[in-house]
Design a protein around this ligand. Structure first.
Ligand SMILES: [Cu+2]
Length: 158
C-alpha cells in the first residue's frame, strides 16, 4: 500500500517536472484592428491587416494564418520590398517575429495578410473567422470584418 502511494507520488512528480520543462505558452498575443478589404469584383485575391501585441515575456513568431475553406483557398503572410528598378514587390514570409511586449502592425505597404483563391463569399459588412498560428503551438481565432475599399485612401494598394 505504501509502495503504491510512493509510486503514485513519484509519478505525479515526474508529470509535474515534465510540464515544468515546457516553454511558456503564448497565451498573451492580443490581436486587434483586424480587417479584410472587400475584393474588387472579378478578382480572386484580397488583402487584410491586423495588429498583434505580444504581452508575453518571451518572443514568439506568427507562423501562419488560415481561413475557412469555403471563403479562401489559401492565406499567406506577405511582406513588401523595393526591387532594383524601383518597383514594389510582394513576397511570402514563413514567419513573423513578435517581440515580447511589442506591437507588430500589419499595414498597407508593409506586412499584410494575403487571401487567395476567393470563393466569392467575402462581402462588405460580413465577417469571417481567421485563425492565427504561433510558434509555440498555440493559435487564436478572430472574427474579421470585411470592409469597403472605398472607405480608405490606401484602398487599392497593399
Ligand atoms: Cu500580398
Amino acid at each position: 500500500m505504501i509502495k503504491k502511494t510512493l509510486a503514485g507520488i513519484c509519478l505525479m512528480m515526474v508529470i509535474f517536472l515534465v510540464q515544468g520543462c515546457q516553454p511558456e505558452k503564448n497565451t498573451g498575443t492580443i490581436i486587434s484592428d483586424s480587417m479584410v478589404y472587400e475584393p474588387v469584383p472579378g478578382h480572386e485575391v484580397t488583402v487584410g491587416y491586423a495588429s498583434l501585441y505580444n504581452s508575453g515575456s518571451q518572443d514568439v513568431k506568427l507562423v501562419g494564418i488560415s481561413a475557412p475553406e469555403n471563403t479562401v483557398a489559401k492565406t499567406e503572410i506577405h511582406g513588401h520590398r523595393m526591387t532594383d528598378d524601383g518597383n514594389m514587390m510582394m513576397f511570402k514570409v514563413d514567419s513573423l517575429v513578435l517581440p515580447s511586449h511589442e506591437k507588430v502592425i500589419l499595414k498597407p505597404g508593409e506586412y499584410h495578410i494575403m487571401l487567395m483563391g476567393l470563393k466569392n463569399t467575402l462581402v462588405k459588412g460580413d465577417s469571417f473567422l481567421l485563425t492565427f498560428y504561433f510558434s509555440d503551438g498555440s493559435s487564436q481565432r478572430v472574427s474579421v470584418p470585411v470592409i469597403s475599399r472605398t472607405t480608405s485612401g490606401e484602398a487599392l494598394t497593399h
